[in-house]
Design a protein around this ligand. Structure first.
Ligand code: KG4
Ligand code: ZN
Length: 333
């Protein structure tokens, strides 16, 4: 079964065709990075307009790569920016109507948590899921497709947001995550002893105090460490908290596998430390390819396949999908 995925929840306009939930036949991602860079953040109005301008071209390009009919369409219905989500939903519904194929709504974070399946054929639930993106840090017990318990989430800044804000403090560009990652490779992670916000006794996360600690350090320190050292020290704190908390949760709930997704899962130090620590704990950790860590429609098509196969999602009483900018993660029927 071939599924067309459509993703427009934030600042990437993306379409992909995926077969059997796992095999990417075509994938196109148009990033709006340049349009938002002068504002050092995503501007919702600009994002919506840019999706309108690029959507048709992205769909056309994906069918040049993978010509032929699809059996269904999967589209992100939340969470995300309302204007951006609408463009994807209307595109998917129009194509579904023209082609007479079902249109399935997919939760963006659910798709991130399963995204490692696209390059790891052996990965299947149950597993401990960690989604680390620009807007979310969610620790999710994944019992099966459509069966989740959200154990913890961020109480303030998301992991990606903290990378972006620290990069902003350091004046090293936007988006901050990839820049911090790059500079940290040249720095000493022990140079500055930033706090490790473990929040013992809770599965939640909190990164805003760490960001403030970086701000105070930059403002007050007399013999300031290099930018590379600050990046490496900040990054090592975020990485330690994410890795240790996820491993602790996997142990507590008896799960051998861990799947990490979302933009921050592209981080080289996070990947390296997870691999080392998971091996020590006799667990296996899976990451998506770095291009599938950030927003993409292949992960939407992939989860759409499992939703179509397992749920009643196409038997909605309304012919239209509902988008929800703050859609919570919910179990399927
Ligand atoms: O998942 P994503 O593409 O979009 C959201 O759904 O939010 O994640 C974007 C976030 C940004 O905050 C970006 O700075 C961060 O992921 N990011 C990284 C890296 N690549 C992207 N953070 C740390 N290291 C990276 N290599
Ligand atoms: Zn995302």
């Amino acid at each position: 079964m071939k599924i067309l995925g459509v993703e427009t929840s934030c600042d990437e306009t993306s379409a992909a065709v995926v077969q059997g939930g796992r095999k990417i036949l075509a994938s196109v991602v148009h990033s709006q990075l340049k349009a938002h860079a002068p504002f050092r953040g995503v501007v919702p109005e600009i994002a919506g307009r840019a999706h309108v301008l690029k959507m048709n071209e992205v769909i056309e390009r994906v069918f040049v790569q993978a010509p032929g009919k699809v059996d269904a369409i999967a589209v992100t219905v939340g969470p995300g920016l309302v204007g951006s989500l609408l463009i994807g939903k209307m595109t998917a519904e129009a194509l579904g109507w023209i082609w007479s194929v079902p249109v399935i709504g997919v939760h963006h974070l659910e798709a991130h948590v399963f995204s490692a399946m696209l390059n790891h054929p052996k990965l299947n639930p149950p597993f401990m899921g960690l989604v680390v993106s620009g807007g979310h840090t969610d620790l999710i017990l994944v019992e099966d497709f459509g069966r989740y318990t959200v154990l913890g989430r961020t109480r303030d800044d998301a992991a990606g947001e903290s990378f972006d804000k620290v990069a902003n403090l350091l004046g090293i560009g936007y988006p901050g995550g990839p820049m911090v990652d790059q500079l940290a490779r040249l720095g000493n992670p022990k140079a500055v002893p930033f706090p490790r916000p473990h929040l013992h006794g809770s599965w939640d996360f909190s990164f805003s105090g760490l960001k403030t600690a970086v701000l105070y350090y930059l403002n007050e320190s007399k013999n300031r460490a290099s930018v590379q050292d600050v990046c490496a020290s900040f990054q090592s704190s975020v990485v330690e908290v994410l890795v240790e908390k996820t491993l602790r949760a996997a142990k507590k709930f008896g799960l051998k596998s861990i799947a990490v997704g979302g933009g921050v899962s592209a981080n080289s130090a996070l990947r390296a430390q997870f691999l080392v620590r998971a091996k020590q704990e006799k667990r296996k950790v899976y990451f998506p390819d770095p291009v599938l860590s950030t927003d993409n429609a292949a992960m939407i098509a992939s989860l759409g396949y499992y939703k179509l196969a397992r749920s009643q999602s196409t038997k909605s009483s309304s012919p239209y999908l509902k988008i929800d900018p703050s859609l919570p993660i919910q179990n399927w029927d």
